[in-house]
Design a protein. Structure first.
Length: 301
């Protein structure tokens, strides 16, 4: 929300899910901390644009005759942003733990700018909503544990998942919290369930070097365990995990590479928002996150 509030990108819906960020100190105070914060904001910017680029490419190829399953979606606002751009797939699913889902549904029910677009895109029978799930004709939120693919599939099918439709699965900083076996089971389930599918995974990479170890130690101090971090050792390990789970093609690029692909006029605009001249820390941070994507494509999309 802070990144949106200072103009990194537009998201009119995040304000309904996240409280106002605390005011930040002037740039001359604690320069190292600010450089770190700026690096993260710019990394978020590259992530939002990079993931969005791949999602829109999939929607374009399928002419929106597809479905999206957002895994570990949290308070993500993508459904509303796609609706504003007239880019909604046939059905958009979100999955997260029941506790997170309950919070999101509460926000949707209590805030008309969130509930109205769902009603506008809904057709047919009455919209179903309870504390742990929401189901409309175009948008569903499902409370489930991604570590149990059989339970996930059963709940998605109850909400009209169509395994014959081209399907895009999105996971942003999700798989790294599962053990390698658990994430492999999820990826294998997806690859074996959908004849035409794509998966986008955003998470850490190059985690075996000193910078990566410091990142892990910082998270551990906050009692945040990256159970799947061994698969984040390199771009090759990220690709191999996807290919080893039954996906036909896989690619992975670090966020510095993504940043270099973004429209340079907009990059200059965001760099001017909070300009700091020390780029080394920023580059190190960007080299420790990546976007990976894989496809399985019986229709040659």
């Amino acid at each position: 929300r802070f990144a949106v509030s200072v103009g990194y990108w537009k998201d009119p819906y995040i304000q309904y899910f996240v409280r106002q960020a605390k005011e930040r100190k002037a740039p001359e105070i604690n320069r190292g901390k600010l450089q770190w914060d700026w690096g993260h904001l710019t990394c978020y910017y590259a992530r939002v644009h990079g993931v969005s680029y791949l999602i829109k490419a999939f929607l374009e190829r399928t002419e929106c005759n597809c479905q999206i399953v957002n895994l570990g979606a949290g308070m993500d606002t993508l459904f509303w942003r796609l609706k504003d751009e007239n880019l909604l797939p046939k059905k958009y699913f979100e999955v997260d733990f029941p506790m997170i889902v309950a919070r999101k549904i509460h926000n949707i029910k209590s805030k008309p700018p969130l509930s109205k677009p769902i009603m506008e895109s809904h057709s047919g029978d009455s919209l179903l909503i309870d504390s742990h799930s929401l189901d409309s004709s175009r948008y569903s939120i499902v409370g489930a544990d991604l570590r149990v693919p059989s339970d996930l599939e059963e709940k998605l099918k109850k909400h009209s998942l169509d395994v014959h439709l081209p399907t895009l699965l999105v996971a942003e900083c999700v798989l790294v919290y599962m053990t390698p076996q658990q994430s492999a089971n999820l990826l294998k389930w997806a690859a074996s369930t959908f004849p035409v599918a794509m998966v986008i995974n955003y998470e850490q990479v190059n985690m075996r070097d000193r910078f990566g170890q410091i990142m892990i130690e910082n998270l551990q101090r906050r009692h945040c365990n990256l159970a799947g971090v061994e698969l984040c050792s390199s771009l090759d390990s990220q690709r191999e995990r996807l290919l080893g789970s039954g996906w036909e093609n896989a690619r992975a690029i670090d966020m510095m590479k993504v940043y270099s692909f973004l429209p340079q006029a907009d990059v200059k605009r965001i760099e001017a928002l909070e300009f700091l001249d020390e780029k080394e820390l920023f580059e190190q941070l960007m080299q420790h996150y990546c976007i990976c994507w894989a496809s399985k494509d019986s229709s040659n999309l």
